[in-house]
Design a protein around this ligand. Structure first.
Ligand SMILES: NC(=O)c1ccc[n+]([C@@H]2O[C@H](COP(=O)([O-])OP(=O)(O)OC[C@H]3O[C@@H](n4cnc5c(N)ncnc54)[C@H](O)[C@@H]3O)[C@@H](O)[C@H]2O)c1
Length: 260
């Protein structure tokens, strides 16, 4: 018996990286998973992998910052799987630049994906969860929900914002049996981070190796990257919780980079 047996979970940004691993892990725990992403071939490949391993998965094309696309994706999920229990709001991108050089359009794009995306998917899922009298929403925040770094103004702003959204969802959702929590990973070696290593090296005038050792992992207790499996474990923990005892919380999974 899996910890998420018979649950239906939408995971945004699940064609790659952390979201893909969460989808695989949720499926192995018995959930029916919906891979909601922009990248269709990669999303189909992730679903195929899950099915090959005996899981149940479907794909929906979704830009999380597009209200109509979010509505369609959530409706298709409910039609196909006859319910909706869990949302993992994970889709995200990274753009690194100093604030005085940050183009306004790129600032707005970052907030649209991270914050509008979290709001729109939450809103669409909550309506169904309220009707069903239960649900769990998990936001993928970051150590940058708690801490700042150079060059990451919109990312840090958005990731701090997710904690605020989560707390309001926890308060409003409680009487409907809906819980909301945030998982805050440290650096995980996904395409999002691979892209940043040369960019940060250029922006800070240091080598790529120094970016990894002195910027990304310096404050960890063991010099190790967080893994997608580490993050998935925390996501299952929140998804499988059964009461309002665990709501409105954020859990940092970062090899001790940030402690509170
Ligand atoms: N990798 C890390 O070190 C790290 C650390 C902390 C938090 N995070 C967060 O984890 C989440 C996943 O990041 P990742 O590292 O797995 O990145 P990734 O680039 O491997 O995957 C991100 C996925 O999101 C999708 N996506 C991007 N914009 C989208 C949109 N508008 N609508 C739908 N899907 C969209 C992409 O197509 C991709 O499949 C992000 O929110 C990120 O901020 C990552």
């Amino acid at each position: 018996m899996g910890r998420l047996d018979r649950k239906v979970a939408i995971i945004t940004g699940a064609a790659s990286g952390i979201g893909k691993e969460i989808a695989k892990r949720f499926a192995s725990e018995g959930a029916k998973v919906v891979i909601a992403d922009l990248q269709m071939p990669a999303a189909e490949a992730a679903a195929a992998e899950i099915k090959r391993d005996g899981g149940i998965a479907m794909v929906v094309a979704m830009d999380v910052s597009d209200e109509a696309a979010v509505e369609v994706g959530v409706t298709r999920t409910i039609e196909r799987f006859a319910g909706l229990d869990i949302l993992v709001s994970n889709a995200g991108i990274q753009i690194v630049k100093p604030i005085d050089e940050f183009p306004f359009a790129e600032w707005k794009k970052m907030l649209a994906i991270h914050l509008d995306g979290a709001f729109l998917t939450t809103k669409a899922c909550l309506r169904h969860m309220y009707r069903a009298r239960g649900g769990a929403i998990i936001y993928i925040g970051s150590v940058h929900s708690k801490e700042a770094s150079l060059l990451k103004a919109p990312y840090v702003t958005a990731k701090h914002g997710l904690i605020g959204l989560c707390k309001v969802v926890a308060k409003e959702g409680a009487k409907h049996g809906v819980r909301a929590n945030v998982v805050c990973p440290g650096f995980v070696r996904t395409p999002l981070v691979e892209k940043q290593i040369p960019e940060q090296a250029r922006a800070l005038g240091i080598s790529e190796d120094e970016v990894v050792r002195n910027v990304m992992l310096r404050e960890t207790v063991d010099g190790e990257f967080t893994t997608t499996e580490d993050v998935s474990e925390a996501a299952v923990f929140f998804a499988a919780a059964t009461t309002n005892a665990l709501t409105g919380q954020s859990l940092i999974v970062s090899h001790g980079w940030f402690m509170e």
